[in-house]
Design a protein around this ligand. Structure first.
Ligand code: 4AD
Ligand code: MG
Length: 430
C-alpha cells in the first residue's frame, strides 16, 4: 500500500511504501537508522542487517542526505518516539541520489541558511514552523467563516496609501503611478458597507528600511472590517480571534510545538479577555520604569513595547494613541480630540505588535479635513470619501500581521523563519 507518513497510524503492522527523502542517518555494523521525511512528516526507518537482503542493507548504509527513494516496510508502534511510529524497512528503491547536500546536520550561519532558503525549508524545524503557519491560516478562515464574515480580496495594485506615503513601493500602471498595497483596509471598508462583516488575507508591502527581527518588506495580513462595530466591539473580535488561533495550534500542532521546544504552558494562558492599558498610562508606566527617552506624543519603540508587555502573561491592548502619530482614518475619542479610538495588540514574551486596529472616521467632513491635513488630496481617495456620503455608519477593523503572530506562537526569534521566502532589506534571493 502506497501511503504518506501522516497516514501511517492507519497501517500499524501492515506493509506500506512511502516516497521519502533521507533527512539524516546513523548506522553500525548490524543496524541502520534512517531519518525519513516525505513532506507530511518525519519517521525513523530501521534497517536490520539480519532481516533484509544483503544488498538492501549495503544500500541503506550508504544513502546520502536528501537522496529520494521509495521505502517499503512494516509500520510499528513506537512508544519511545514523539511521533509514535517507526518503519521496519524491508526494501529501498533509490529514485535520485543527492550528492553534497549543502545543509548538513551541523550548525550553519544565518546568511548561509538564508542563501539556501529553498533547501533550508526541508529541515524539521522549518517544516514545523510552516505547519503552524498553515494551522493559523486554516483557523483564521474557520473563525471568520463561522462568525458570519465574508472573505473579500482587496487589490494589490492601488493608487492609495492608507498607512502613510513614506514606505510605498511605487510602480507604473501603464501611464499612471501605482503602489503595491500596504494594507487592504480602505477597500475592506467599502466591502463592509456591502457585506457587513468581511475579512481579507493577502500580501502587503512596506518599503521600510528596518532591519529588525519583526520587520519584513513583504508580509501577509488578515484584515477584518465590520459595519456598525465600534471601538469596544472591535477589541472583542480581536481577543476572541487571537485566543481561537492559539487554541487551534495547541490542539492541532502539538508535535510541531514540541519540535520547536515551545513552552506551551505560556500559550495555554492565552484566553480572552485581554488586559488593556491606555497610551497615557503606558507613558506614565514607562517613566516610572526609568525610560527617559520617551515623551507623550512619541511612538513606542521595540524596547518600550517589550517593557509594557513584560507586565502581562497575555497579549495587551495599548489604546487611545495620540491622533498625530496615527493614520488619517482613525475616529477621535468622544471626549478629547488629541487621542483616537485605536488599539495596538502587543504579544507577550517580547514579540511586539501583532495587531493594529481602530474605529474609522465616518463623518464626511472630518474625513475630508484629515485627508487634507495628511496631504492626501488626490483623486485616488474620491471613492473612499463617497463611502461617507451614502448611508455612512460607524465601523471598525484591524490588521493582524501573520508572520509576527507565527513567530510568537511558534516561539521563533525572527520573522524570517515564519514565511517561506522572506523578503528582507537587501534580500530578494532566493
Ligand atoms: O499597524 P499596521 O500598519 O496597520 C494597518 O496596516 C491597518 N491598515 C490594518 C487595519 O486596520 N486593517 O499593520 C498591521 C499589522 C501590525 O500590527 C504588524 O503585526 C504587521 O501588520 N506589520 C508587519 N509585519 C511584518 N513586517 C512589517 N514590516 C510589518 N508592518 C506591519
Ligand atoms: Mg501598527
Amino acid at each position: 500500500m502506497k501511503t504518506t507518513i501522516s497516514e501511517v497510524h492507519k497501517y500499524v503492522d501492515q506493509e506500506v511504501t512511502i516516497g521519502a527523502w533521507l533527512a539524516n542517518k546513523r548506522s553500525s555494523g548490524k543496524i541502520a537508522f534512517l531519518q525519513l521525511r516525505d513532506g507530511t512528516g518525519f519517521i525513523q526507518g530501521v534497517v536490520v542487517k539480519a532481516e533484509v537482503d544483503e544488498d538492501v542493507f549495503t544500500k541503506a548504509k550508504s544513502i546520502t542526505q536528501e537522496t529520494s527513494m521509495f521505502v517499503t516496510g512494516t509500520i510499528r508502534k513506537d512508544e519511545r518516539s514523539a511521533f509514535g511510529y517507526e518503519l521496519a524497512v524491508a526494501n529501498v528503491e533509490i529514485i535520485h541520489e543527492s550528492v553534497d547536500y549543502p545543509i548538513t546536520p551541523k550548525e550553519h550561519g544565518t546568511e548561509f541558511l538564508m542563501d539556501h532558503r529553498h533547501l533550508w525549508l526541508r529541515s524539521k524545524r522549518q517544516h514545523a514552523v510552516m505547519k503552524i503557519r498553515n494551522e493559523i491560516i486554516r483557523a483564521t478562515y474557520e473563525f471568520f467563516n463561522s462568525n458570519g464574515f465574508t472573505k473579500v480580496d482587496p487589490p494589490i495594485l492601488t493608487g492609495s496609501a492608507p498607512e502613510g506615503t513614506t514606505e510605498l513601493f511605487a510602480t507604473k500602471y501603464f501611464d499612471e503611478d501605482a503602489y503595491l498595497s500596504q494594507s487592504g483596509q480602505l477597500y475592506m471598508e467599502a466591502a463592509a458597507m456591502a457585506l457587513g462583516k468581511v475579512f481579507s488575507f493577502g500580501p502587503t508591502f512596506r518599503a521600510e528600511k528596518s532591519k529588525t527581527r519583526r520587520h519584513l518588506i513583504e508580509f501577509w495580513m488578515i484584515e477584518p472590517e465590520m459595519a456598525f462595530y465600534q471601538f469596544e466591539d472591535n477589541l472583542k473580535v480581536q481577543e476572541e480571534y487571537v485566543s481561537f488561533i492559539v487554541q487551534a495550534v495547541l490542539d492541532n500542532c502539538s508535535l510541531e510545538l514540541q519540535t520547536l521546544g515551545r513552552d506551551t504552558t505560556k500559550l495555554e494562558k492565552i484566553v480572552a479577555p485581554f488586559p488593556r492599558i491606555s497610551y497615557d498610562d503606558a507613558i506614565k508606566f514607562l517613566h516610572d520604569k526609568g525610560f527617559t527617552d520617551i515623551q507623550w506624543g512619541d511612538d513606542f519603540g521595540a524596547p518600550h513595547e517589550t517593557a509594557i508587555a513584560e507586565n502581562y502573561e497575555m497579549p495587551v491592548f495599548i489604546t487611545h494613541y495620540p491622533t498625530k502619530i496615527k493614520p488619517f482614518y482613525m475616529q477621535p475619542a468622544a471626549d478629547r480630540d488629541d487621542v483616537v479610538l485605536c488599539a495596538d495588540l502587543i504579544a507577550p514574551e517580547g514579540y511586539g505588535e501583532i495587531i493594529g486596529g481602530s474605529e474609522r472616521i465616518h463623518d464626511n467632513q472630518l474625513l475630508q479635513k484629515r485627508l487634507e491635513e495628511h496631504g492626501l488630496t488626490s483623486d485616488a481617495y474620491k471613492w473612499y470619501n463617497e463611502l461617507r456620503q451614502y448611508g455612512s455608519v460607524p465601523h471598525s477593523g484591524f490588521g493582524l500581521g501573520l508572520e509576527r503572530t507565527v513567530a510568537w506562537i511558534s516561539g521563533v526569534d525572527h520573522v524570517r523563519e515564519t514565511i517561506p521566502f522572506p523578503r528582507l532589506l537587501n534580500r530578494l534571493y532566493p
